[in-house]
Design a protein around this ligand. Structure first.
Ligand code: BG6
Length: 469
């Protein structure tokens, strides 16, 4: 089996790290707008309002808001078949709880989608990529509160109706399973635990609200346009048992079950034994409303979008490594990026096989890539051979998953196809792009765009449908 002829090659971004224009066009604040700038290796500081003298990277980000035409032209030059972006929820509903949307916000995305379609680029849209409106956090307690289900449903219906002839591929919540993995699920769920709050109880109840919200969005979306393909989005933590000690195997399965918890509800449409065992392990009771189980069963996703950056190992004595969301055990066979993320292309092949074996729905790799420091040479060139090497090996690995293992794969959108702000650290110097953006960690720079060496390499990869690597 070869990669499909209409394989969706492209790149991925998110409004909170790329769009900017945070107070323009009637937009309200979202959770990222109160998160401070570059913090290497430590949690970023979060305020509950904007301090005049502090630097917030999301406010301008890398300015897609004003430069979308120039950027989309560059994506078209690379031959993108699709482009993953997110809609900033608070651009459409500035507070999150309004009855009517902000027309100016809707018009902005009309212009963006039209520009993409002009070049034959299919938009792939995440509905909530670390984008909960700040008012919903401050006044409602964010996803702890069941009311957010209705607010999210209203937002989804609004954009589904508005863009029903422009956008076909959607995803509900970015890296939704990440909220169970982090000590502070601010990005995924808009939650910072209060003193004394039971973490598992809170986050699994909040997750239930997100599951119901996702299911309602899927049901509404399919009614509005039966051709819509609506996926969930998981972060996938390929994990190897550290040794053949059976205890390490059990530990590995325990780690994976946190991810399957989210996959099972989205794809199988119910809380499976994997899920209920997580409840019982952590003494959690989920409060459901009548009809919730039917909604989950009816609102199953069409595909799984997932991110894959690195793998980890599971064993009691494994040294710990840390990503932005996930932790893992250090694997002595693997090299690491400058940010300590283990480079493991074969782990992507494993991820594809594990997900496809378990769920039997099409898969879409919607994030993958290597954060690295790039140097602009005296002649203006940026020779990012390390990035090419990383991506080439990962592409080989997913091609094997398709060609040898016969996994159903829809497409590939490497993360941060144009440089943008790091979600984990707020840095600019941690770059993923094929296109360089002149901006530094203090927010200084001309914002000028410049293709890197990888830009020309990826263009040929797409042109040859992955044959020329
Ligand atoms: C994923 C997120 O976790 O990883 C992205 O979906 C994020 O938003 C990406 O940017 C890379 O992580 P980081 O921390 O290097 O930006």
């Amino acid at each position: 089996m070869k990669l499909k002829k209409d394989f969706l090659w492209g790149g991925a971004t998110a409004a909170n790290q790329y769009e900017g224009g945070y107070n323009e066009g009637g937009r309200g604040l979202s959770i990222n707008d109160v998160e401070m700038g570059a913090r290497h290796g430590v949690a970023r500081e979060i305020h509950d309002y904007i301090h005049e003298d502090a630097y917030y990277p999301s406010h301008e980000a890398t300015d897609f808001y004003h430069r979308y035409k120039e950027d989309i032209k560059l994506f078209a030059k690379m031959g993108f078949k699709c482009f993953r972006m997110s809609i900033s929820w608070s651009r459409i509903f500035p507070r999150g709880d309004e009855e009517t949307p902000n027309e100016e916000g809707l018009e902005f995305y009309d212009r963006v989608f039209d520009e993409l379609l002009k070049y034959g680029i299919e938009p792939v849209v995440t509905l909530s990529h670390y984008e909960t409106p700040l008012t919903l956090v401050k006044e409602y307690g964010s996803w702890r509160n069941r009311k957010l289900v209705d607010f999210f449903e209203r937002y989804c219906k609004t954009v589904f109706i508005r863009y029903k002839d422009k956008v076909k591929y959607w995803m509900t919540f970015n890296e939704v399973n990440g909220c169970l993995e982090v000590p502070r699920p601010w990005h995924q769920a808009g939650i910072i635990y209060q003193e004394g709050e039971e973490h598992y109880q809170t986050i699994l109840q909040a997750s239930h609200h997100m599951f119901v919200a996702s299911a309602k969005a899927v049901i509404a979306g399919h009614e509005i346009n039966p051709d819509f393909k609506i996926g969930c989005m998981l972060i996938y933590p390929t994990t190897y048992a550290a040794t053949c000690n059976p205890e390490d195997q059990i530990l590995m399965r325990d780690i994976m079950n946190n991810t399957y918890y989210y996959g099972d509800v989205h794809v199988r449409g119910r809380y499976t034994n994997t899920c209920t065992s997580v409840w019982h392990k952590h003494n959690v009771t989920i409060k459901m409303e009548p009809g919730d189980e039917e909604l989950l069963a009816k609102g199953k996703v069409d595909y799984i979008g997932f991110s894959y950056y690195f793998s980890g190992i599971a064993g009691n004595n494994a040294e710990e490594i840390e990503g932005n969301v996930l932790k893992g055990g250090r694997n002595p066979y693997l090299k690491m990026t400058d940010w300590g993320w283990q480079i493991d292309p074969l782990g992507l092949r494993t991820a594809l096989n594990e997900l496809y074996d378990r769920y039997q729905v099409p898969l879409f790799i919607v994030e993958n890539g290597m954060g690295a420091i790039d140097t602009v040479e005296a002649d203006g060139s940026i020779n990012d051979d390390y990035r090419i090497e990383y991506l080439r090996e990962h592409i080989k690995a997913f091609k094997d998953a398709v060609e040898i293992d016969e996994v159903d794969l829809m497409g590939y959108t490497p993360w941060g196809c144009i440089d943008l702000v790091s979600a984990g650290t707020g840095e600019m110097r941690k770059r993923y792009g094929f296109i360089y953006v002149d901006k530094d960690d203090e927010g200084k720079g001309t914002l000028e765009r410049r293709p890197k060496k990888s830009f020309y390499w990826y263009k040929e990869v797409i042109e040859s449908n992955g044959e020329k690597l």
